[in-house]
Write a protein that binds this ligand. Structure first.
Ligand SMILES: [Zn+2]
Length: 450
């Protein structure tokens, strides 16, 4: 992929290290990309009309709306539902952002903590390759407002930025494995991430991870059993690229993978996901393709398979797994990191990814995800999807469905609620008892219900 964090970070130099709030956090990622200089020119104009500086404006909802308006004007296509007045009148944008909070039940299908008690020390408990991933997360976290980068991607901050400060109702999380790169211990061991579930049982769903059949099928099955019995995992999220000498495996491997799915059936685990697409750091791109989901979906009809990251930039492969097989009902996709990375500086790509999946996979199978805490507070991503639309030119030319409010409700939470058996009304009632409920961010109450 050509999503280059380093390039992005360079564009952020002229802004304060720590964004004041999620609006500024989102704006700085938009302005850090290749559209940055053009966006900034537009922002100067809007700020002059509003009689304040661009820098001041960017600390507010007005700034974030202005960035989206600038994208519409630069590209000549309406990617964001934003009025000119929002970029100039100081309170108009914030009112609209607050108003939009009422409509969605938000399930973040894709979240993580990334720090562990032992830390990561190259040459001691982390290989040089393992450090590539650590550095990637560290740089992203710093750009998104975590002063200490990956060190701030902790259980505590998971609660703070995802459950407290964003509109997320339920967060689904999973650990990282790759123990060959991290001193023989999973990058994020399950016992450490389990603390999330203990602290916020009603707001989270824990998926097991770090199962790598190339480490031994027998051992993998034993660990799976332990995850279910000792940690009560509700699903699995795995990686088909790995750090063993074999480098990877496939979900449709009869010897290495099928025993895992058969054991899942026995243990009552129905939902299994896999990182696909975004072939980062030390991993082989070939294992980030999703064609292995084809057979496994057919052979395990009582299970659901979730393609994380929507396999971007190979999302058309998933679309093909459904377009010609409309009978398929157990293939799901989620948008973690893919939405954030594309919406900010390649909005046409973003519209194609979402449009292709809505058209071919179907509006009942696409789910919201952010990959936070990698992106610190996910709120700007939620706000951006609430405003995002597929421009008419692309709807007409590609047969994409419109990204209507009803479709967004499905993406934001209703599809995940069906998949995980969440009662959306019950979940909201439970939030009222949660110790984070009602805590204000920037003076505005969170989790306003419709
Ligand atoms: Zn992830």
């Amino acid at each position: 992929m050509e999503f280059n964090f380093i390039k992005h970070l360079k564009g952020l130099d002229n802004l304060p290290t720590e964004p004041m709030n999620h609006y500024e956090q989102g704006s700085r990622f938009f302005t850090g990309g290749h559209l940055g200089p053009q966006i900034n020119d537009k922002l100067e104009g809007y700020a002059a009309k509003g009689r304040w500086s661009r820098r001041e404006m960017l600390k507010t909802a007005t700034g974030f709306a202005a960035v989206m308006l600038a994208i519409n004007e630069i590209t000549g296509m309406k990617f964001f539902d934003v009025d000119k007045a929002e970029a100039v009148e100081r309170d108009a944008a914030e009112e609209k952002f607050i108003l939009a909070k009422g409509g969605n039940f938000v399930v973040d299908q894709h979240t993580h903590i990334c720090w562990r008690n032992d830390g990561y020390v190259e040459g001691v408990n982390t290989t040089k390759q393992g450090m590539w991933f650590v550095d990637l997360l560290d740089g992203l976290g710093k750009a998104m407002g975590f002063e200490n980068g990956i060190r701030d991607m902790t259980v505590e901050n998971f609660g703070k930025v995802i459950l407290q400060e964003s509109d997320t109702d339920i967060a689904i999380f999973n650990p990282f494995g790759f123990r060959e790169d991290y001193g023989g211990k999973d990058m994020v061991p399950i016992e450490e991430q389990a603390e999330i579930k203990q602290r916020w049982p009603d707001r989270t769903i824990m998926m097991g991870g770090g199962l790598t059949p190339n480490q031994g099928v027998g051992e993998t099955l034993d660990r799976l059993q332990m995850f279910v019995e000792d940690y009560k995992i509700e699903g699995l999220k795995l990686y088909t690229f790995d750090s063993t000498p074999q480098k990877g495996w496939w979900f449709d491997d009869l010897e290495r993978a099928y025993p895992i799915w058969e054991k899942c059936q026995k243990l009552g685990i129905k939902n299994v996901g896999c990182h696909k697409g975004i072939p980062f750091g030390q991993f082989m791109a070939r294992y980030a393709h999703a064609e292995d989901f084809d057979r496994v979906c057919d052979d395990f009809l009582d299970m659901n398979f979730i393609v994380f990251h929507s396999a971007w930039p190979y999302h058309e492969e998933i679309a093909a797994l459904k377009m010609f097989k409309p009978q398929r009902k157990n293939l799901y996709s989620e948008l973690g990191s893919t939405f954030a990375a594309t919406v900010t500086n390649r909005p046409i790509d973003c519209a194609h990814v979402i449009g292709t999946l809505l058209r071919d996979l179907g509006e009942d199978y696409l789910m919201w995800g952010t990959d936070s805490t990698l992106w610190a507070n996910p709120q700007w991503q939620i706000d951006a999807l609430r405003r995002f639309q597929i421009p008419n030119e692309l709807v007409e030319g590609h047969g994409y469905p419109q990204l209507t409010d009803d479709v967004k409700k499905k993406i934001f939470g209703l599809n995940a609620a069906r998949l995980w058996g969440l009662d959306t009304s019950t979940a909201r009632v439970k939030l009222a008892d949660d110790k984070f409920a009602g805590i204000a961010l920037n003076g505005k109450p969170q989790n306003i219900t419709a």
